[in-house]
Design a protein around this ligand. Structure first.
Ligand SMILES: O=C(O)CCC(=O)C(=O)O
Length: 249
């Protein structure tokens, strides 16, 4: 399928209406060929690029943030910009404006990408993304589907035990979360080899899925899923470029 042909004419068409503001889900945001090319680039990255954590592997582009949550200025490699960022910035937020989802972010575009790889039974603890980033998160999924759990907090500020919402992320999809969903809620991925109890009632973006029929008896058997998380780091230091630390020769 041609990913460009299936893009919505504006983000509003892809709003996950049953979630607190704001979340958007775009199925088939990239094509199978683009997905394959991204997976090959990720695999081809030098071994030290991978950080092995207890429950997943991680690559950080262009680099880790400093202790003061600052990014040393350096461009993202072209393979992380094309086609994802170009396509993302071409999506108008509504038909009434030319704005895109990063129009009011400090740099007008994402400048940082985390690549997380989850094998079956791997996940990420519920967390908030914090103040280092402008509050817009764009996640492209590769390889397999996975369920993102969204947690509310109790009055005492601690996290609820059970997720309040669930978002099913299919390969090649784009999920955008922002607003209250970024600031007030926590998100995480459970450490299971399958996602269960999936249904139109329990999955907030069910109506927007590409292939809900692939979920059998409410169960998704996980395979390796890789995610690209695009964000705009607020504080950027010119030092990275000045000393040529990350500059390509
Ligand atoms: O892999 C995902 O979809 C979630 C990643 C995530 O929560 C993060 O990078 O903060």
């Amino acid at each position: 399928m041609d990913a460009l042909a299936s893009l919505p004419s504006c983000l509003e068409e892809s709003r996950i209406g049953s979630l607190p503001a704001d979340a958007f889900y775009i199925k088939d945001f990239i094509s199978p060929e683009e997905e394959q090319a991204l997976l090959e680039k990720i695999e081809a990255a030098p071994k030290p690029r991978w950080k092995s954590l207890a429950h997943r592997r991680l690559q950080t582009w262009p680099s880790d943030l400093t202790k003061s949550n600052t990014l040393l200025e350096s461009a993202l490699p072209n393979w992380l910009l094309e086609p994802v960022v170009t396509r993302l910035l071409s999506l108008q937020t509504s038909t009434k404006t030319n704005d895109h989802i990063f129009s009011v972010s400090p740099h007008g575009a994402p400048n940082h990408v985390l690549i997380n790889e989850y094998k079956p039974s791997q996940g990420i603890m519920p967390h908030r993304d914090g103040s280092a980033y402008h509050p817009v998160v764009c996640t492209v999924s590769l390889g397999s589907s996975i369920t993102l759990d969204i947690y509310d907090t109790k009055e005492d500020g601690t996290r609820e035990n059970e997720p309040k919402y669930r978002i099913f992320q299919e390969p090649r999809s784009l999920l955008i979360t922002t607003g209250k969903l970024y600031t007030d809620f926590l998100h995480g991925i459970s450490e299971n080899d399958q996602d269960t109890n999936l249904s139109p009632e329990s999955v907030s973006n069910w109506d927007l899925l590409a292939s809900p029929e692939k979920i059998t008896n409410g169960t998704w058997q996980r395979a390796t899923r890789t995610s690209l998380t695009y964000r705009d780091v607020i504080k950027v230091s010119k030092l990275g470029n000045k000393f040529g630390i990350f500059r390509k020769r």
